[in-house]
Each structure stands twice: as structure tokens, then as C-alpha cells.
Design a protein around this ligand. Structure first.
Ligand code: ATP
Length: 479
């Protein structure tokens, strides 16, 4: 993880927000390469979602009517139980506190909390997970907190009572800062889709089943931010709500589960680094929920949630707004509130997953029979790579640099490419490997006579010669 974070900073993928002031916890800035890669990732999602007949896009505003969040349940329920250590003043989310205990300690805590339940046996992993879930959600929180020791100062029994903490950021519209003017920074993008359901449906004349997709910023005042981009206070989500006739939700739930897993795999994720996590405990309105988890260097973590949400969200908005959100089915002449399948993936969190998945250090033979060396490489899918190609004149003379510059200019009409003429060629290749550039085109003395260039492929490091005039199509085909 440290290596990925360090590369991200050194090569301009991600910087700490307001770094010169010491940073702001849970906020990050995307640098020159990061913003390219993030845009590529969002573009890949947008294409896969909306370059089809049955999904429309929207871009709703971040600030919404405050009643939206009452209807959605966020005002009442979007909370985490939180405790403070009276000794050292550290603040923790109770479930995170439980997660951070190593398994052995967790077992001891469980035995202390639930005496007699394990009959002197070691609770197995499944039971540990089950009890940890109970601890995180129900009244046993208070009990757990009394037993746990503070991970920072080690004091036992020093925690305050658990308090519910709402994760929404509040601000005010207009000059008067009173309770009538409170608005929230949206904690998810989905509500902007729900409230626009009928607008989009009537404007686009879509018939069920159809979906609405949106990419945008979301904000959560997370108690513990951690693991780089994994849990931040400002992040981006890519969400799609698919509206279906009641009774058809199971079929489409399976369909979207398959589609979403395919998306990750097609962008180069290895199947062994992804897994499904089924939610056993569901919200009262939910029919089913699965997460796609990625194997981060610190363990498995959710990157996307796929949820079958019945007609809960639209019905809530009907009730709170007093406006009908029913769909009229022309065939059956029925009016009803559609059911919803939601796919919700973090752009920033999956950006980090793709960075981690592609990072590698490989032993390669040195130039001219020298001892081997380690090359750092990002095996990014060409679609995600911030630079699609580098154009390298072998030396800066005999017109090689002019040819390379012209090629660069030509390619820049279509792709983000990079011109580099400084340093030994091997070193230039390494610099490109490190940022995941899939192809390097080298202009050398042979180019001057036969108008061909060498293309070097990042992963195999194989080289071949192709006509300079074929470079654009070569890239188009592969990207
Ligand atoms: P978690 O349990 O990890 O907090 P969640 O279940 O609350 O996540 P959802 O509300 O389902 O997450 O959000 C959907 C997606 O948004 C997540 O899969 C994740 O990719 C992303 N996401 C949620 N919270 C954050 C955050 N604080 N920082 C970065 N990405 C986030």
C-alpha cells in the first residue's frame, strides 16, 4: 500500500488535499495523471451504462431540497455509532474498532460478552463475523465498548457511551444560518435520480424496464477516514437505478450482477482479486444486496454495491412530496410505482482498486547483459492508462526529433500521448512503465530511411516495427 501511495504522489496521480497546510483529513486531489485516469475510468463506466437503448444519464445538483433526505431516511438513519476515548481523546466508529482488533482478541471479547455461548470452544470465523455484525448494529454496542481497550493508548473501559453520529455534512442556503435554511451535501448521488424519475421518463419516452445513470461527487463526514482513497470524506460515485415492473426485479438483479462483475473483469481485474459478499442482514425494504469486493493490500473491501430495493425510494418520495411518481403501463393500463435495482460503485475507490491491481515490481534483464534490475510497472488496461502512448526520438538529431514531434502532434488529435526526448531510451521506457503507458513508439535512424518506428509493448516488453502512418490505427484498435 505504501508503495502505491508513494508512486501516486511522486508521479502525480494523487496528492493530499491542501498539502502545504498540512493536509485535510479524508480529502485528496487528483494530479495530472490521476485526473486522466479517473476520467478514463468514469468514461468507461459511462459508456458501458449509457451507450445502450435502455439507460439515460443525468447530472443532478449536489444540494437538494432538505426533505429529500428525510424521505430517503438519511436524516434519521444515516448514522454510525461512535465513541471517544476519555484518556487520549481518540474517536472511533464502533464497528471499525471491532474490526481492528485482531481475530484472537476478538474471540476473547466475544467470549467475555456472550458467556456460555461457545461452550468453551473457540468460536470459528463465521461465528466471529456474525457476532461482530451484531456488535456493530444493535444494543450490544454499549457492552462491547465497556470491554474494549483503546487501540491508541491501550486503556480499557475508557470509552464514552456510544453516540449516533449523522454522516451528512450540513450547510446553509442564503445569508441566514438558521434551521430553516439547512441543506446537506449529498451523501450519495442516487436521490438525484429518484426525484427525476418522471422527468427523465417523460422527456426520453422510455418504457419500463429502463435505467438512469449518474456520476458525481458525494460527501460523508466519516468518523475514521483511512486507507488512502478507500474511505474519504469527499468522493465520487457512479450510480445507476434500473426501474422495473414489480415481479421482474429478481431477473434484473441477476442481470446487473453479471454485467457489473463483467465490467471489472473486462477492464483487466483478475477474477481471484474479486469476490461477492452477500448481505445477510437486509434493510426492511430491501430484497437482496450483494457487494463486489476487491482484494486490497489491507484485505477485502467493498468497491460496489448491487441492491434490489423494491419500490421503497420512489414511494417515500411520493409520500414526502405529495406528488405521484407512478408509472402508467400502456399495455396493461395499470399505474404503479416501479421496483428498483441499484448499482453503486465508487469512482475514487475503484480508481484505487485499479491502481493496486495493476501495480507490480518485476525482475528484468539489464541492458547489454548487465545484471538484472527491478522495474516498477502499472499493468493498467489501455482504456484506463492516463497516457496511451509515448513518442521517443532515439537521439535528438538528424531530424529524428522533428519526426517524433510531428507524430506526437498528429496523435494528440485523438489521444493523450507524451513526447519524451530526455535520457537513455531504457530509462525512458521505465518512466512510462511506471505510469502504465501501454505503448512506446521510438523514432530511430531507420525511421529516416523507411518511415517505420519501433513499437514497444509495456507488459511483454516485445518490440516490433510498424509503419509510422499505421500508428494511429494501431492505437485505436487496442484502445
Ligand atoms: P462502507 O460500508 O464501505 O462505508 P457503504 O456500504 O456505506 O460503504 P454505499 O453507501 O453502498 O457504501 O456506497 C456505494 C459505494 O460508494 C461503495 O461501494 C464505495 O465504492 C463508495 N463509497 C462509499 N463511501 C465511501 C467513502 N467514504 N469513500 C470513498 N468511497 C466510498
Amino acid at each position: 500500500m505504501e508503495k502505491v501511495v508513494s508512486l501516486a504522489k511522486r508521479r502525480g496521480f494523487v496528492f493530499q488535499s491542501s498539502e502545504i497546510y498540512g493536509g485535510l483529513n479524508g480529502c485528496w486531489d487528483y494530479g495530472p495523471l490521476g485526473v486522466e485516469m479517473l476520467n478514463n475510468l468514469k468514461q468507461a463506466w459511462w459508456r458501458s451504462m449509457t451507450f445502450r437503448d435502455d439507460v439515460e444519464g443525468v447530472d443532478a445538483s449536489i444540494l437538494m431540497h432538505p426533505k429529500v433526505w428525510e424521505a430517503s431516511g438519511h436524516v434519521a438513519n444515516f448514522t454510525d455509532p461512535m465513541v471517544d476515548c476519555k484518556q487520549c481523546k481518540s474517536r472511533y466508529r464502533v464497528d471499525v474498532l471491532m474490526d481492528e482488533l485482531n481475530t484472537k482478541k476478538k474471540k476473547d471479547v466475544l467470549r467475555e460478552m456472550f458467556p456460555g455461548q461457545f461452550d468453551g470452544q473457540q468460536p470459528d470465523e463465521k461465528i466471529v463475523a456474525e457476532f461482530a455484525a451484531r456488535i456493530a448494529t444493535d444494543e450490544t454496542v454499549a457492552q462491547a465498548v465497556r470491554i474494549l481497550a483503546c487501540p491508541n493508548c491501550g486503556t480499557k473501559g475508557s470509552f464514552t457511551e456510544a453516540r449516533q453520529f449523522n454522516l451528512m455534512f450540513k450547510t446553509f442556503v442564503g445569508p441566514v444560518e438558521d434551521s430553516n435554511n439547512v441543506v446537506f451535501l449529498r451523501p450519495e448521488t442516487a436521490q438525484g435520480i429518484f426525484v427525476n424519475f418522471l422527468n427523465v421518463q417523460s422527456a426520453s419516452r422510455q418504457k419500463l424496464p429502463f435505467g438512469i445513470a449518474q456520476i458525481g461527487k458525494a460527501f460523508r463526514n466519516e468518523i475514521n477516514t483511512k486507507n488512502f482513497l478507500f474511505r474519504t470524506r469527499e468522493f465520487e460515485q457512479m450510480e445507476m437505478q434500473y426501474f422495473v415492473k414489480p415481479g421482474e426485479e429478481d431477473r434484473f438483479f441477476e442481470y446487473w450482477r453479471e454485467e457489473r462483475m463483467k465490467w471489472f473483469l473486462e477492464l483487466g481485474m483478475k477474477p481471484e482479486n474479486l469476490q461477492w459478499h452477500k448481505h445477510e442482514k437486509l434493510a426492511h425494504y430491501a430484497k437482496a444486496a450483494f457487494d463486489i469486493e476487491f482484494k486490497f493490500p489491507f484485505g477485502w473491501g467493498e468497491v460496489e454495491g448491487i441492491h434490489s430495493r423494491t419500490n421503497f425510494d420512489l414511494s417515500q418520495h411520493e409520500q414526502f412530496s405529495g406528488k405521484s411518481l407512478k408509472y402508467f403501463d400502456e399495455q396493461s393500463k395499470e399505474k404503479f410505482v416501479p421496483y428498483v435495482i441499484e448499482t453503486s460503485v465508487g469512482a475514487s475507490r475503484s480508481f484505487m482498486a485499479f491502481l493496486c491491481a495493476s501495480y507490480d515490481e518485476e525482475m528484468v534483464a539489464g541492458a547489454d547483459g548487465e545484471a538484472g534490475e527491478v522495474r516498477t510497472v502499472l499493468h493498467l488496461h489501455p482504456k484506463l492508462a492516463p497516457m496511451k502512448a509515448a513518442i521517443l526520438p532515439l537521439v535528438n538529431r538528424d531530424g529524428m526529433d522533428d519526426l517524433a514531434r510531428n507524430l506526437t502532434k498528429d496523435l494528440q488529435k485523438y489521444f493523450r500521448v507524451f513526447y519524451d526526448d530526455s535520457g537513455a531510451i531504457g530509462r525512458r521506457y521505465r518512466r512510462q512503465d511506471e505510469i502504465g503507458t501501454p505503448y512506446c513508439f521510438t523514432v530511430d535512424s531507420q525511421t529516416l530511411t523507411d518511415q517505420t518506428v519501433t513499437v514497444r509493448e509495456r507488459d511483454s516488453m516485445k518490440q516490433e516495427r510498424i509503419a509510422m502512418s499505421a500508428v494511429r490505427d494501431y492505437l485505436l484498435e487496442r484502445i
